[in-house]
Ligand binder design. Structure first.
Ligand SMILES: [Zn+2]
Length: 150
């Protein structure tokens, strides 16, 4: 089993952009794979996307991928982080990505009142505690839920 941290005695340089990547082989490898000047970047992105959806990952693999992802996000080299998504300021609300903006505009066009949810819903998936925060909370559909039956 390869270890997450593989320190070397010499500083590693990215062979594509020349950036100094420190002495941790694994995190340096993370940069090289996701380097904007890496000619195989599109292929790497496709592989990462595929891996992210693998459901048969062992706990060790998941933890390893999660650690690599955290390191990449911290360095700003993770290709799917919020950092890469365009932030749209719409009616004083920050929206992540054009699909959120389009949905907000759609709701407004039909005069459906919405806000950003303030609650996250906890759930269990394969024995793990997770939280889901919806993108939009529709105020009136909630109101209709408490309407008394006739
Ligand atoms: Zn690079």
């Amino acid at each position: 089993m390869p270890r997450i941290t593989e320190p070397t005695d010499f500083p590693i340089k990215c062979r594509f952009c020349g950036q100094d990547l420190g002495t941790n082989k694994v995190s340096a490898g993370g940069h090289v794979r996701a380097c904007k000047q890496n000619p195989n970047l599109e292929k790497t992105k496709a592989t990462l996307a595929k891996n992210a959806h693998l459901r048969s990952q062992s706990k060790v693999t998941r933890e390893k991928l999660s650690k690599i992802a955290s390191e990449m996000i911290a360095r700003g080299t993770w290709p799917f982080s919020y950092k890469d998504r365009r932030i749209y300021e719409y009616r004083g609300v920050k929206l992540h990505g054009s699909w959120e903006l389009k949905y907000a505009q759609f709701l407004d066009r039909f005069d459906i009142k919405w806000e950003r949810p303030k609650v996250a819903f906890p759930y269990q998936f394969r024995g793990l505690s997770k939280k889901y925060t919806p993108d939009f909370y529709l105020l009136e559909s909630d109101k209709s839920k408490v309407t008394k039956p006739k």
